[in-house]
Write a protein that binds this ligand. Structure first.
Ligand SMILES: [Zn+2]
Length: 459
């Protein structure tokens, strides 16, 4: 028996991860992600999947990010009835993220129908809240480092990847061969999560390449954070942080607490103004088994790793509105991370025209987003149909990335005891995937192939 893999997403691009594994009669889908970003990519979500969803034995999921999991409700809608195997941390995050993704789909379809803005009449969501609920019923948690049978002749195991809560490297034994998929790899020596685990053997390897052409800054982001907090204190202003609810927010809360305890910043009120970020932070706190030793030590000593001294949870829209009347100094952490929507918008509209305030970006800002415009020094930005002047100071750090950079990817690849007979760079824009591939060939001497959308390969 031989096995084959078909790249149905995250090949030549970052999003839409889906890899179909076929061996004998077994059919397993590795990842079930949604395409995001440019319209041309998003339209792929609507194309019929070149597989029979009802004929799949199982889905193996590396982690909860929507570009890896967001197509699950649609897959279930199209007839998938098998188990979705993933780690317990991933289950917890999916319970937060899939219903939220469904709600966004429904809101967008409703908006398009009201505005008459769709070529499809009536506009429909890619999936509904009900589809998301049915997908959640299929989740089958498996602890890290436990072998399980995913389909006849297909054994699998999840290993910690250190990227976000629950993130896994997926090891699959099939047809006498070992296939290893890196999932999204985390970084070495960063707060909260353990380092990506070293894998020593693979016959076939899929490695992510999001930052295959980049190096992260040498500092840990704290100089920028300290300076931004000091500015808010000096000017009695607000420090607004647009942040992704999962991963980035917990890391920021962790660093703020650590800086307070080291007396590098004063204890100012920190408003966590996002129900999703509050839920995600509680999920992180529920999984100490995934924390690194420093985080575990804080919890063992009775402390709260993600709790700056004066943290306030802002759950309801009324809680969020009350922040409008707030005098600084204070820190407000709210979504969305690229200022494309969410509660951060009403804070930005109110505070951007005032030079006492500061905006701190802690994540990548994609082209075309308000976040990118602000980071690039725009004099005005459009919010709720209004041109808002930018007098607040805008600062940014790229140090809080959840992805391994080129150096860290090569460090992880260096842990294999012998070269895999085939390696493919997936989950990267063409420039990043190519840069990593060239480094793998040049410095490790391995055979390494680009992965093309729709391509079928023997593993
Ligand atoms: Zn991810």
């Amino acid at each position: 028996m031989s096995a084959a893999l078909t790249f149905l997403g995250a090949a030549g691009t970052v999003t839409g991860a889906k890899f179909l594994l076929e061996a004998g009669a077994a059919r397993v889908l590795l990842e079930c992600g949604m395409f995001q970003g440019l319209r041309e990519l998003r339209e792929r979500n609507w194309a019929p999947l070149p597989l029979d969803a009802g004929g799949l034995d199982a889905v193996l999921l590396s982690h909860a990010h929507i570009d890896h999991s967001g197509y699950l409700p649609r897959l279930v809608r199209e007839g998938f009835g098998g188990p979705i195997h993933c780690s317990p941390g991933t289950v917890d995050l999916l319970r937060i993220m899939l219903p939220d993704a469904a709600r966004l789909q429904e809101e967008e379809a409703e908006y398009r129908n009201r505005a008459g803005a769709s070529r499809h009449r009536p506009a429909r969501p890619l999936f509904t809240t009900e589809d998301a609920e049915r997908a959640l019923e299929r989740l089958a948690p498996v602890d890290f480092d436990r072998d399980f049978v995913a389909a006849p002749g297909v054994r699998a195991r999840f290993r910690p990847a250190g990227h976000i809560l629950g993130a896994s490297i997926v090891v699959v034994d099939v047809a006498g061969r070992r296939l290893v998929y890196s999932g999204d790899l985390g970084r070495y020596g960063v707060p909260i999560m353990c380092d990506p685990v070293t894998v020593e053997a693979a016959d076939a390897l899929l490695v992510e390449s999001t930052y295959g052409d980049r190096r992260h800054p040498a500092d840990d982001g704290t100089p920028t954070i300290v300076e931004a907090v000091e500015r808010a204190v000096d000017r009695r202003g607000l420090l607004l942080v647009p942040a992704f609810a999962i991963g980035r927010t917990q890391e920021l809360l962790y660093l703020l607490r650590e800086l307070e305890e080291a007396r590098r910043i004063p204890r100012v009120p920190v408003y966590l103004d996002s129900p999703m970020a509050i839920e995600a932070t509680m999920a992180y706190a529920r999984h100490p088994e995934e924390h690194d030793v420093e985080t575990a030590r804080v919890a063992t000593a009775g402390g709260r790793p993600f709790g700056p001294a004066r943290v306030q949870l802002s759950r309801t829209p009324e809680d969020s509105k009350r922040i409008n009347a707030l005098e600084g100094p204070a820190i407000v952490v709210a979504g969305s991370g690229m200022a494309t929507g969410g509660r951060i918008l009403h804070h930005l509209r109110r505070r951007l025209p005032d030079a006492r305030h500061t905006v701190l970006f802690v994540g990548y800002q994609a082209a075309g987003t308000r976040g990118r415009l602000l980071r690039n020094g725009a004099a005005t930005v459009r919010i709720f149909g209004e041109e808002v002047p930018v007098r607040a100071r805008v600062v940014a750090t790229d140090a809080l990335s959840a992805h391994a950079d080129q150096h860290e990817l090569l460090r992880w690849l260096g842990g294999f005891h012998r070269p895999p007979s085939a390696t493919w760079c997936v989950h990267g824009e063409p420039a990043a995937a190519t840069a990593l591939r060239e480094r793998v060939i040049a410095s490790l001497g391995w055979k390494c192939e680009p992965a093309a959308h729709g391509q079928r390969v023997a593993v």
